[in-house]
Design a protein around this ligand. Structure first.
Ligand code: BG6
Length: 473
């Protein structure tokens, strides 16, 4: 397309995500704009009766606190000119006419990047509102947050509407885990190193662990979270993305969509959770005190913790458990992946490959050596690469949102989830949650600040391993 200037229009413009992540990300991008390039402008859509100046004063402390790049008054003063504010009720279809007039008078030569940073119930009115205008091809792109809809049916309908309105190629489903440095690195590690590429299958790998522990609770998001739960908030999107990158076949190099097709094939091949295995392979937990959080049902059975073992029905992975867990209010914030290799022989240690995704970033490989000295015993040692220890590498790593907003502008569609991926992962998660509900919604309580339910430890131990932490040797 020949339009060079982007206007990022954020619905839900005064929400937490916008303040903490999106506006700081645009500030960072602004400070890295190349010579001769137009910086992105931002139009915040909010319900509050603010002037542009009032909005700017309001968002300033957020940018100060959350920008990755250095904050100075001088930089802020340059950046703030990029910000604009428009007041409207986004659920009222009539009010979009006024918005279109505003676009025509202020932004007629801009390309629109519409960011849906709102709860899924607003996706529909925004789409219908915006759909009252004809958008010429490529004039508008849409960026949608997760969860995309409240269940599979809802998601299908929403996607159909958006596709008609904007065209499939202009819809960007954001999954910020795909913007994380070490998640992107999994592909390089797997395919650009013969030592890993050659043994990445059931003959050499015993099990795979994917763990995302959080220390935070539901904070101010009780209303959203209570409808969603850990399965829809984290597993359906972020963790299934990681799973599918770990398990996919090697994508054909020459197509940017090849990666997403390879991922999609994995998601399609995950065996549905079965009734017989439900108790053995799925553990749902809830932290004590969750039910008294603001906007949470006092009798809620929503899971704030989920652990599960899934199996992929294809020749590469037959019989290999992928064991996943995530939870809120746990002992630690840490996301990591562990590949447990098979033992070379009974008396030795199994090789393990760790991906440290956050907060530390790095890769660690453990292997056997002869115990030094006269002994012929074998002992385990580690090779440890810490990317986050390298100050320069760390400082240059863009925030996930920064990378992804730029990618929308550049049309890098492959950094986003594609509809079939969302469809398959929704389907799996919906079925598993429904089975669990039919079986009585067993929920294991755990104390805040702990490792989560003991049942999840027992589950992973039944596969001959345990949850490895990044610091563990
Ligand atoms: C979001 C979830 O998508 O990811 C939150 O809605 C969760 O509940 C967050 O806390 C975790 O992201 P990160 O980048 O902190 O691991």
């Amino acid at each position: 397309d020949d339009i060079e200037k982007d206007l990022l229009v954020i619905f839900g413009g005064t929400g937490d995500l916008t303040n903490r992540k999106l506006v700081p990300a645009v500030y960072n991008l602004f400070n890295q704009v190349g010579e001769g390039k137009e910086p992105m402008r931002v139009l915040i859509i909010g319900r509050r009766d603010w002037t542009r100046e009032e909005y700017i004063e309001n968002v300033k402390p957020w940018v100060k606190q959350f920008s990755r790049l250095e904050y100075t008054e001088e930089k802020w003063n340059l950046f703030k000119d990029q910000l604009d504010y428009y007041k409207m009720d986004i659920s009222n279809i009539e009010e979009y006419k006024g918005l279109f007039e505003y676009f025509d008078s202020h932004y007629s030569d801009y390309r629109m990047l519409f960011y849906y940073a709102v709860a899924p119930r607003f996706f529909d009115p925004i789409t219908r509102g915006l759909g009252q205008k004809e958008w010429t091809e490529g004039r508008a792109k849409v960026i949608v947050e997760k969860p995309f809809g409240e269940n599979l049916e809802d998601a299908k309908r929403l996607f159909k509407d958006m596709e008609v309105m904007f065209g499939r190629d202009y819809i960007y489903h954001i999954d910020h885990y795909l913007g994380k440095e070490m998640v992107q690195n999994i592909t390089t590690l797997r395919f650009d190193n013969m030592i890993f590429r050659s043994c990445w299958n059931k003959d050499y790998i015993e099990s795979v662990e994917i763990s995302a522990r959080e220390q935070v609770g539901v904070e101010t998001r009780g209303g959203y979270y209570d409808k969603s739960g850990a399965m829809r908030d984290m597993v359906q999107n972020h963790l299934f993305q990681i799973l599918s990158i770990l398990a996919m076949e090697m994508p054909e190099k020459d197509s940017p969509y090849a990666v997403t097709v390879a991922q999609q094939n994995v998601l399609q091949a995950i065996k549905p959770m079965s009734k017989e295995n439900l108790d053995k392979h799925l553990v749902m937990g809830q932290y004590s005190g969750y039910r008294s959080e603001d906007k949470v049902d006092p009798e809620s059975k929503t899971e704030t913790y989920a652990a599960m073992a899934v199996f992929i029905d294809n020749p590469r992975w037959e019989g290999v458990p992928f064991i996943i867990r995530t939870g809120k209010k746990l002992d630690k914030r840490e996301t990591n992946v562990v590949i447990n290799f098979k033992k070379a022989n009974e008396n030795q240690f199994a090789n393990r490959l760790h991906f440290h995704i956050q907060p530390d970033e790095g890769v660690k490989l453990s292997f056997n050596i002869k115990t030094p000295g006269l002994s012929y015993d074998t002992q385990k040692v580690d090779m440890d690469f810490c990317q986050s220890c390298d100050v320069n590498a760390h400082a240059n790593t863009p925030e996930a949102y920064e990378r992804l907003i730029k990618a929308v502008s550049d049309g890098q569609h492959f950094l986003f989830s594609q509809w079939p991926q969302i469809e398959y992962s929704w389907k799996w998660v919906d079925e598993a949650v429904n089975l669990w509900k039919e079986a009585g919604s067993r929920i294991c309580l755990y104390e805040p600040g702990t490792r989560g339910p003991k049942e999840a430890d027992d589950m992973i131990e039944s596969f001959g391993t345990h949850w490895y932490s990044s610091k563990e040797v």
